[in-house]
Write a protein that binds this ligand. Structure first.
Ligand SMILES: [Zn+2]
Length: 166
């Protein structure tokens, strides 16, 4: 089956008349833009807990540094832990503006020397790395590095080679 990601005509969606369309939206009903915000929140890990729930991690029970984002969802940051941004994988680099609002720099490369915050989720003792779910690319990097290290060790184990202190 071909994946038709291209210009295959997405015009098959015909708006149906909504039987409830005449009804007024109840207060608190999701607004059209909230879907986008929810997707962004999920992508960036701004997954609450939302107030008035306490800023407590549901997986380990520790209190986090909860911050609101510019799209209204909340993120639980690891408290008091600024990290050199280049050590943090893309999509996990958070910054807090002077107004207290947090934002995720997504895949943007950090400026040299930049310091960021990390979401509690990637530091949570209640989750295994595979449950955190966003570190698989690092698994691949580690596997490749393990192969490279093994090859290097094999070369250095050559009887003619001197031990390398480097
Ligand atoms: Zn936790």
């Amino acid at each position: 089956m071909l994946g038709s990601m291209g210009d295959s005509g997405e015009s098959t969606v015909i708006p149906l008349s909504d039987p409830d369309g005449h009804r007024q939206q109840p207060p608190g009903a999701p607004q059209p833009w909230e879907k986008t915000d929810r997707a962004q929140a999920a992508l960036e890990g701004a997954t609450g807990p939302e107030p008035p729930a306490p800023p407590v991690c549901p997986n380990c029970g520790l209190v986090g540094d909860r911050r609101v984002t510019y799209y209204g969802w909340h993120v639980l940051l690891e408290p008091d832990m600024p990290v050199p941004a280049h050590m943090v994988p893309a999509w996990h680099r958070w910054y807090v503006d002077s107004n207290g609002t947090a934002w995720n720099s997504r895949e943007d490369e950090p400026a040299p020397g930049a310091v960021c915050r990390v979401p509690h989720r990637i530091a949570c003792p209640g989750l295994r790395l595979e449950e955190v779910g966003l570190w698989r690319w690092l698994d691949a990097v580690r596997a490749e590095n393990a192969r490279r290290a093994q090859r290097r060790a094999d070369r250095e184990a050559d009887p003619g080679a001197l031990p390398n202190a480097g």
